[in-house]
Design a protein around this ligand. Structure first.
Ligand SMILES: Cc1cc2nc3c(=O)[nH]c(=O)nc-3n(C[C@H](O)[C@H](O)[C@H](O)COP(=O)(O)OP(=O)(O)OC[C@H]3O[C@@H](n4cnc5c(N)ncnc54)[C@H](O)[C@@H]3O)c2cc1C
Length: 291
């Protein structure tokens, strides 16, 4: 199927992009890598009058460390994360997650921020960002807005981003103490979306878990934050019993639907097993000082 006719603009500056979005409102759609938008256009699920291609905007392709954060620009692609030596040192869980996304063709063009803006509950980056406590940076003609990722996802393919805004990047706080992470994903075949997946991040204070982040993929209407499990872990020394209890709480937070990838009960149990395994892995990595 061919898309409905639309106008195409590739502005050279952010100011021009913002002016187009202000003028056209809901009739315009931002395009980054196009890996989700183009299929939507072709299926006519999206019928914008104008596509604003931000792919030529300068200075949004960097990964840098800045004031206690790792800052990832809106044009950083999945493949850039996969190959980043800096992220391997600073946030190896992101590199681990990047290998699980789609196939090399999609990874070569799709962006991390585009994936988050797309808000597919089966998208992998949303859960990673929930576990890491990230913040999205959005710009409009009214200025900059910092949006905590917790609360950003409102429903399937729905976020708090406004039609006149461009997400220009995402920033992730750098842990103060030793930390570790893990991304575990079950997929039917290589390149598939998750049947279920979990992102885990732990920050240590001596022998105790100072802070835990747990994000869940493909088991609810949005990527989910397993808040009760996170709270159960914080302030405690990790024991097998505590980890099993946190995994039970995370599974309880999951709201999967049965489909061709498995029954709801099966997916909940995958979450329980993966959170348990992921916590052991993340804690082991924190111990080794692997971030
Ligand atoms: C075959 C296939 C398999 C896939 N498998 C997976 C998978 O296993 N895991 C996974 O997580 N994803 C998967 N994806 C999705 C892929 O990761 C996309 O790259 C990603 O979802 C969107 O990124 P993009 O840069 O291509 O965004 P686009 O397609 O350009 O945009 C997607 C949406 O986000 C909005 N948007 C994009 N960037 C911005 C911005 N900076 N500011 C405001 N709005 C913006 C657009 O308006 C649009 O609504 C798959 C895609 C395909 C085609």
């Amino acid at each position: 199927m061919f898309p409905a006719a639309f106008e195409y603009q590739a502005p050279a500056t952010l100011a021009d992009a913002l002016s187009l979005l202000k003028k056209h409102g809901d009739d315009a759609k931002v395009m980054a890598g196009g890996q989700s938008l183009i299929p939507l256009l072709k299926l006519r699920f999206a019928r914008p009058e104008l596509v604003v291609d931000i792919g030529r905007l300068p200075a949004m392709s960097s990964i840098k460390r800045d004031n206690g954060h790792v800052a990832i620009g809106a044009l950083v692609r999945h493949v850039d994360v996969e190959r980043s030596k800096d992220l391997e040192a600073w946030l190896p869980m992101m590199v681990e997650a990047s290998h699980w996304i789609a196939d090399p063709l999609v990874r070569n063009r799709g962006t991390v921020v585009g994936s988050i803006c797309h808000a597919d509950p089966s998208g992998d980056w949303g859960s990673v960002m929930l576990a890491l406590g990230a913040e999205l940076i959005a710009h409009s003609q009214s200025g900059e807005r910092v949006i905590p990722i917790d609360g950003f996802f409102q429903g399937p393919f729905t976020t708090t981003l406004r039609a006149d805004e461009v997400a220009t990047g995402i920033r992730i706080p750098v842990s103060k103490g030793r930390s570790g992470g893990a991304y575990l994903k079950l997929e039917r075949k290589v390149g598939d979306f998750a049947s279920a997946a979990v992102a885990i991040h732990v920050e240590m204070d001596g022998n105790k878990i100072a802070k835990a982040g747990i994000g869940l993929t493909a088991v609810g209407p949005t990527n989910l934050k397993a808040t009760a499990a996170e709270k159960a872990l914080a302030g405690h020394e990790p024991t097998d019993q505590l980890i099993a209890e946190a995994a039970r709480l995370a599974a309880q937070a999951a709201e999967p639907k049965g489909d061709i990838r498995g029954s709801a009960e099966y997916k909940k149990d995958v979450v329980r097993v993966f959170v348990q395994r992921g916590l052991h892995t993340a804690l082991g990595r924190a111990k080794e000082g692997k971030a």
